[in-house]
Design a protein around this ligand. Structure first.
Ligand code: ADP
Ligand code: MG
Length: 421
């Protein structure tokens, strides 16, 4: 991540763990809010936690001045996080200013302020309340892939947002991934405070005390571990098939509105002022970032393509691991080449880290034998797509996954692709 110094990037958010854990609740870290807590001189009242990231927890809050529900992002308090939040406010202000009708699919900033708590001073951002993330949508659908017509609809929404950011504002998001794209509506109508007729909580009562302060740290850790163990077992069951037939029951996505918006501009930057260093969450990271060759708007397009693949199949496109004698970066480059063909020598040698991974012929130094498995074949053989479906999706994605960043189509160009229309 650009803001927190070299080597840090925002992996390991809600993508891997189901909650933020207790470790982050300390000086410089998260603020422990409770339903009924008041913010900004009493105007906003916390209702329930909506989500979290490495930088913040996000709460559903009630705006008592304008009588509406909003999302309240409470940033960790340490200086670097506060700085990142101020930077996010700068970008979100530009985003709101350029889109007065709120139709460009980027989250709208409504207000911001500082909140003093036991763990420090927290920058808080108030934004419009949105629904579930695309990650939750993928999981809701039990990681089966959501069907190509839905993928196309979501792609159109995201591309409208990216085109606005890139072409009109000159902003690179740098952390596009399913957690950072939210449906405008919740999957489950009962989770929507307006649709479900939820009466706002206006005071803190004993029954809505935040559990973190009621049970001890170790109790909470034990509970978390137990939950993770159960989650792991159920994943294994799913892969065994049959055993968990009950769990595998299809859930219908009919009737869920797929309009979505891009959120989380904590790592975003102006195209003209890119910061050096690593950007993007591992699985969505572009090859030029890995080899240290600089990046531009086209790095977001790479992440976009990875995300579209994941929506279509329910699985991440590239899931690199450290292997014997090779780093995660090298495994990642190998996976890319197995799916997309060999990286052109000119590109392979263009980064500050090229020599760490490639020999002078443009071959990976430590991973010698690649198993070529092109996108289209992967879709048919591994994900049971029909040939025409696989071809359509692969033809859409392949140009966006070009190793040469300048060759990738822009968001505006993608929006004109007949496959989407
Ligand atoms: P971080 O910078 O800490 O990653 P995000 O802005 O990504 O924070 O927010 C963390 C999570 O909170 C998101 O993944 C999402 O689940 C939830 N969230 C964020 N903004 C909203 C919103 N406007 N409405 C509803 N949920 C939100
Ligand atoms: Mg996030």
């Amino acid at each position: 991540m650009a803001f927190l110094g070299n080597g840090y990037c925002s992996s390991g958010s809600e993508g891997e763990d189901e909650d933020e854990g207790m470790e982050g609740y300390r000086k410089g870290g998260y603020h422990a809010a409770r339903p009924g807590d008041r913010f900004a001189g009493g105007r906003f009242v916390a209702q329930r936690k909506l989500g979290w990231g490495n930088f913040s927890t996000v709460w559903l809050a009630y705006d008592t001045l304008l009588n509406r529900f909003v999302a309240l992002k409470i940033q960790k308090s340490a200086r670097d996080y506060a700085q990142a939040a101020l930077h996010e406010i700068e970008l979100l202000s530009a985003i709101a200013k350029g889109d007065p009708t709120n139709s460009k699919n980027a989250v709208q900033l409504l207000d911001h302020f500082k909140h003093a708590g036991p763990n420090g001073h927290h920058v808080c951002l108030v934004t419009e309340f949105l629904g579930d993330s695309l990650l939750r949508l993928i999981r809701y659908n039990r990681n089966k892939g959501i069907g190509l017509s839905r993928v196309k609809e979501i792609c159109r929404s995201v591309l409208v947002g990216l085109d606005y950011l890139h072409r009109e504002l000159g902003i690179i998001h740098t952390d596009l991934k399913p957690e950072n794209v939210l449906l405008v509506s919740t999957i489950n109508p009962s989770k929507d405070p307006v649709r479900s007729g939820f009466t706002p909580i206006l005071e803190r009562t004993v029954s809505n005390q935040y559990s973190g302060s009621v049970i001890s740290f170790s109790e909470k850790m034990l509970k978390m571990r137990a939950r993770r163990a159960v989650a792991k077992i159920s994943l294994r069951r799913e892969s065994l098939g049959g055993v968990a037939a009950e769990m595998e029951k299809e859930r219908s996505l009919d009737g869920i509105s797929l309009k979505c918006k891009i959120v989380d501009f904590g790592n975003a930057c102006w195209g003209s002022q890119q910061l050096a260093g690593e950007i993007q969450t591992r699985q969505y990271r572009a090859p030029e970032v890995i080899i240290g060759a600089g990046y531009s708007y086209s790095a977001d397009m790479w992440s976009f393509a990875c995300m579209a693949f994941e929506l279509a199949t329910g699985e991440v496109l590239f899931a690199p691991k450290t292997c014997q004698g090779c780093s995660e970066d090298e495994d990642h480059l190998a996976l890319m080449m197995e799916t997309l063909g060999k990286m052109p020598k000119k590109i392979a040698s263009s980064g500050t880290r090229s020599k760490d991974y490639f020999d002078r012929h443009g071959d990976l130094k430590r991973i010698r034998r690649l198993k070529f498995w092109p996108l289209e074949r992967l879709l048919v053989q591994r994900y049971n797509f029909t040939e025409p479906d696989a071809q359509g999706l692969a033809d859409f994605l392949r140009p966006i996954l070009d190793f040469t960043p300048e060759n990738r189509p822009t968001a505006a160009a993608c929006l004109k692709n007949p496959w989407l229309n």
